[in-house]
Design a binder for this molecule. Structure first.
Ligand code: ADP
Ligand code: ASP
Ligand code: MG
Length: 419
């Protein structure tokens, strides 16, 4: 008997028919004699709709109240799924994040998991019940309800799998696995049978939303192998695993994927005096406000004056701008501007470590396509550039081809409408 954690994303539970299909699959797994803990997301676009509702009511969203609101989405799904399971003769019980003891820090909207108690889950599983847990949420050390950041149900699933010592953590979504690029943007993308944690971390960090970054970090830190697969075709998907070898082998592709991200904005502080302490003065308050600064570029200074540009998630732009305006005033900068129409395009591949010239080739391919590069950042296995958002799809497809990633056919499984 195995203990399986299964997570179903928003599109997978978007309507009554989909919830019944998921119930069939959970019933099938339980019928095999396995213990099953299910993590569910909010139905379809529910979370977006709740955020829209909050915007329609008010321009002030205290973190505590927004989290109270957003956690309801997942609660709707968990109870409906338990009802569908009851129809199938399955003894199932739903739990909120708080009820299963997912303890987080106090950062509303992007809380980090500190501990998973899981006692109620263990009891229910031991009593032969299927457990259905609301994803994306926990309870803080101050006893307030928190959310784990967008896409956070992946993190709930991995955290529960680690706490329960599950044999498998299956992430069911609306594509058949992890691909060499988002198949909605690059139809010629190829499914990867397996991908290493290191590469998946870079992909998630670069903005591929197929897995939330925190979930990959958690899985790697706790040794939870992940199986990303489709709840529409149920075919085997992609395994995210540790690399067997220390060094990549000759057969490994140099590049594993192209990652596209439209969720960042660029902030530029103009006319900054070039003297020690300026960057600290700018970035410390952003860090204190939990704003995730990604790429940073400082121009060469002319006559002791420079410009500093950096990217932040679009969702943090309002907070970041407020802070930056204040700091700019106090350090004597001449102004602040922002650009929402940017995109980040990344190449990820463990083979980069041992293959020189990848960045040069990437820049040449983009130059030949007339795509202007605004910012560049690298890690040992990733190269990212910021370009104009309007160029993103074209640039991603051309890079995918140039690095021989094309599958030779368009994505063949059904691509459900994004909810
Ligand atoms: P869920 O609601 O199931 O959590 P998400 O929308 O968060 O689903 O993630 C699945 C989506 O991730 C896919 O529909 C796909 O468009 C996108 N995606 C981005 N990059 C990739 C990739 N490399 N491989 C597969 N899917 C990707
Ligand atoms: N419902 C949340 C979101 O839309 C969490 C998730 O789906 O993982 O971000
Ligand atoms: Mg997701």
């Amino acid at each position: 008997m195995a203990l399986i954690v299964q997570k179903y994303g928003g599109t997978s539970v978007a309507d009554p028919e989909r919830i019944r299909a998921v119930a069939d699959h959970v019933a099938y797994t339980a019928g095999r004699g396995d213990e099953v803990a299910v993590v569910v997301s909010a139905m379809g676009k529910s979370t977006d709709n709740l955020i829209k509702l909050a915007n329609d009511v008010s321009s002030t969203h205290p973190g505590r109240e927004l989290d109270m609101l957003l956690t309801t989405g997942e609660r709707v799904t968990m109870s409906l799924l338990c009802m569908a399971l009851a129809d199938r003769g399955i003894d199932a019980m739903s739990f909120t994040g708080s009820q299963v003891g997912i303890i987080t820090d106090t950062a509303h909207g992007k809380a980090k998991i500190i501990e998973v108690k899981g006692d109620r889950l263990r009891e229910a599983l031991a009593a032969g019940r299927v457990c259905v847990v609301a994803g994306f949420q926990g309870v803080s050390v101050d006893k307030e309800i928190t959310t784990l950041g967008r896409g956070g149900s992946d993190t709930t699933a991995v955290a529960l799998a680690a706490a329960l010592g599950a044999d498998a953590c299956e992430i069911y979504t609306d594509v058949t696995g992890v691909f060499t690029a988002d198949p909605r943007i690059v139809p010629e993308a190829r499914k990867l049978a397996r991908v290493s944690f290191d590469e998946m971390l870079e992909m998630a960090g670069a903005g591929s939303k197929v897995l939330a970054l925190r979930s990959v970090e958690f899985a790697r830190n706790h040794g939870v192998p992940l199986h990303v697969r489709s709840s529409f075709t149920w075919e085997p998907g992609t395994w995210v695993l540790f690399n067997d070898e220390e060094e990549p082998s000759m057969e490994d592709p140099i590049i594993s994927g192209v990652v596209t991200d439209l969720n960042d904005a660029k902030v530029t502080v103009l006319g900054v005096p070039d003297r020690p302490g300026i960057s600290a003065a700018l970035f410390e308050p952003l860090a204190d406000a939990n704003v995730n600064v990604d790429m940073i570029v400082q121009n060469t200074s002319t006559e002791g004056i420079t410009d500093i540009s950096f990217t932040v998630p679009l969702a943090d732009l309002g907070v970041a701008e407020g802070i930056v305006e204040t700091v700019a005033g106090s350090i004597g900068a001449s102004g602040v501007s922002h650009d929402r129409e940017i995109a980040k395009l990344s190449l990820v591949g463990a083979g980069m470590k041992t293959s020189p010239g990848i960045a040069a080739k990437m820049f040449r391919v983009l130059a030949d396509e007339g795509v202007n590069i605004e910012m560049i950042s690298t890690s040992t296995i990733r190269i990212s550039v910021v370009i104009a958002g309007a160029d993103l799809e074209r640039a991603a497809r051309i890079l995918h081809s140039a690095f021989d990633l094309d599958s030779g056919q368009s994505y063949s499984a059904p691509l459900p409408e994004r909810q």
